[in-house]
Design a protein around this ligand. Sequence first.
Ligand code: C2E
Ligand code: MG
Ligand code: MG
Ligand code: MG
Length: 291
Amino acid sequence: QAAHSGSDPVRGYAPSMGQIFLRRFQLVTQFRSALETGQVSVHYQPKIALPSRQVVGVEALVRWRHPEFGQLDPDEFVPAVEATGLVDALTSFVMEQGLQRVRSWLDRGLRMSAAVNLSVRNLADANFPDLVAEALRRYDVPPQLLTFELTESGVMSDPERALPVLRRLHAMGVTLAVDDFGTGYSSLAYLRQLPVDEVKIDKSFVLGMGTDLSDMAVVRAIVELGHSLGLTVVAEGVEEDSAREQLVSMGCDVAQGYLISRPLSEERFEAWLRARTIRARGLRNETVLTL
Ligand code: C2E
Ligand code: MG
Ligand code: MG
Ligand code: MG
């Protein structure tokens, strides 16, 4: 009987599992050529300081314009890519694009950072800090203007390997941020031990703030915790002006979300930036970018 009940569900799920595997397999086998043929690109979402609204940097977010499946969001292909060695190529690609942007902003007198999301594999790669150092030299970008975002699960899956990598990146002066904070399991205890500079409050709490008092309490607690540890606190998922105002009143340092801008292609982001540069020049006769 145990054998019977054990085999039925497997047969029942077989078709959809097959489809999922096929699609994952296709995406993984096609990813490298997609990188090489320009199907993969990076979108940029601005981060603003609170309360000044000065643009302090961007998060670099990967996109894939697939010839068959259309525009793919990272949730649809990053997990598949992460399960292979190809994630090194993905991270390098996004980092190179981001550093190119930072260099071009510096050349125009704008000091803005680029944040790149890391995956577990990068943190397990003892050579990764060398790759980063080499790229920073090549673009002549100060390490502080490169941020890496990592998740709790990414660090905690193999802390013995991840910690030395993080310590080296931190010693180089690169900015480290914990992403999606509040959704993991070991938050408080481990945050103290990590060499990080920044904590990003998960967007689910920020989105819920307007309607859910417990989300509001979580956001407030993370701002206070972050500050007590000397960290910069970033809120992602800021969609409403009321959320921005509440974050200002809590003392949150940086905001990111659709209220400020959706992630934009390089071209559209540069246009967004230009519109603000012109406005800032007109208002104050200096290049301070504000929302
Ligand atoms: P994340 O790092 O937490 O990035 C923030 C996600 O929230 C982005 O989704 C962004 O578009 C979305 N977002 C920003 N503001 C708002 C808002 O106001 N409201 C709502 N509802 N959403 C907002 P995206 O671009 O689809 O990326 C999803 C996840 O994929 C990222 O979450 C990150 O974990 C991963 N990812 C993206 N790019 C890369 C990459 O280059 N490498 C790796 N390893 N992972 C990446
Ligand atoms: Mg992120
Ligand atoms: Mg996040
Ligand atoms: Mg995420």
